[in-house]
Design a protein around this ligand. Sequence first.
Ligand code: GP9
Ligand code: MN
Length: 613
Amino acid sequence: MKKILNFISNNLVAISVVILWLKTVIVTWTQFDVSLNAWQDVLLLIIGPLGIIMLLMGISFLLSKQVRPVVFIVGYVLISGLLYANLLYYRFYIDFVTVSVLLQLSNVGGLGPSTAELISPFDLFIIADIGLVIYLVIHTYRKTKEIRMPKKRNYATTSLVSIALTFSIALWNNPYLLTTGYDREQLVQQIGLYNYQIVNLIDGIHAPLMKVAADEKDAIKTAENVQPDGVNRSENFGLAKGKNLVLVSLESTQNFVINEKINGEEITPFLNELAKESYYFSNIYDQTAQGKTSDAEFMIDTGLYPLPSGSVNVRRPENHFESLPKVLKRTGDYKIFAFHGNDASFWNRDQMYQSLGYDRYFSKKDYEVSEENSVNYGIKDIPFLKQSIKKMDNLQEPYMAKFVLMTNHFPFLLEDKDQFIPPAETSVDVVNRYITTVSYQDKALEQFISSLKEKGMYEDSIFVFYGDHYGISRKYELGVHELLGQEQSSFNHLELQKIPLLIHIPGQKGEEIKTVAGEIDIHATLLDLLGIPADQHITLSRNLFTRNEEQPVIFRNGDIVTEKYAYIDRKCYNKESNEVIETSACEKYLEIGRQELKLSDELILGDLLRFVE
Ligand code: GP9
Ligand code: MN
């Protein structure tokens, strides 16, 4: 025993580094859905974290003998903490923590009521060794009054060589790896979680400089690259000219619930009926990123993509934007309103709405909110919409009014008395509850529209109902597959990324439109219907009525989907045969994606629209 303890004491640094390294490899491998397609992927999974762990833990060697044990322990705890924070975040968002996400925590209240759902017994594995290492360090220091360092030169060489090797193999695998840093899953898989965090940190420092360095010349150059092919007018141009525009953001609503039944009962009877009298777009994909609801709002308002990390609302609220509210105000005498039952500052909406040209934002403080009428994030959709209608009594017409709903939010909580449909009976509770909250939201919408009709506020408006983003993350998706009687596959996962979009003009004949498109395209489509030429401002949105089939739907991680192909989980699919095909078939679309995301990021991070008239 003594011998073993002596051995541990003499090799404490190496042993700690190895434990941390192995722990990281195991967590990455088992918890972060990495796809190991080639031997290089396996090699990178293993060597990726080693060099950087050695480098970070080696910082303690630069300090005096007395301080070294403390810094060593702090380093170990921090790196383990980073691993655990990423795991918790990943379990819900299937994404990795970025600097921007940490900076926006105060705007979104962390993971909110969701955190407890995300902890699992496996987590002991990530925490247990911390106690062991602390014990060993203290024990060794007490005994020998020092933490023995390995040979500095060998240690540094091993660390730097393995970092260099990691980056070389990763860049050989994919030369775009660092220029498409928004594909975080790939980055983590290729260079490891900690190298990724460093790359992300550098990016976080670089981004603010883009704005300082940008000038009019950059703006002109970028503007020239924006192809205005997507803003062609359709035969519907001006169909809703001068009408009030009512937008409703349906929280976490995925398209699979539309026309779907549970035990013979429709989940969304109201939306199903409404779809028959609307343009119902049934192939619209969620394109949001870390800004979730705020990303969806941003895309619709501006026709630009969300940022690769964080929310534009939080990172760039003071930018100059061309927005739906601004162009409406310019073309007619529109007044612009937003209604949302959460704190005004959530997602920094109070600041962002001002930049975007909203005239009045009704937020939590404008509502009567009690324990009785609230659940989860706040006031329930039924009382929220009821109280909102009262506030609409005096709205000057024409207006744009946006309502952001909240009840159908993870973890989908609802008291029995509010359940209009029994929970589903899949093996995943989150999914079972989701059905009840979606159905509650549907009821709220039904009551909302019927009140508007009663008050004579229905005829003169155009209504847009859109799901803001997915509600069931990949972790819980099995329940949905059970519900729909389909197998769990990348392709079916992609199908579940569709959100419903209904555009309803009272009195119109309904039509299901199957064009494959994305949320960003809502912007240009609304301009078309409202009779506003969309080529007057820079936008990357494409009119859904005239959209070119060759234009891919671009996801924020660089994946794409078109009528025929899909690129997801680093594989190219032929959608018709549902088979994996050569990546080259997708490459043309992936390149369009890279170009377009780059343009959008330059416009936003450089605040380039301030230079463009
Ligand atoms: C809260 C609501 C939910 O204000 O918009 O935000 P989400 O978490 O879906 O982005
Ligand atoms: Mn949302």
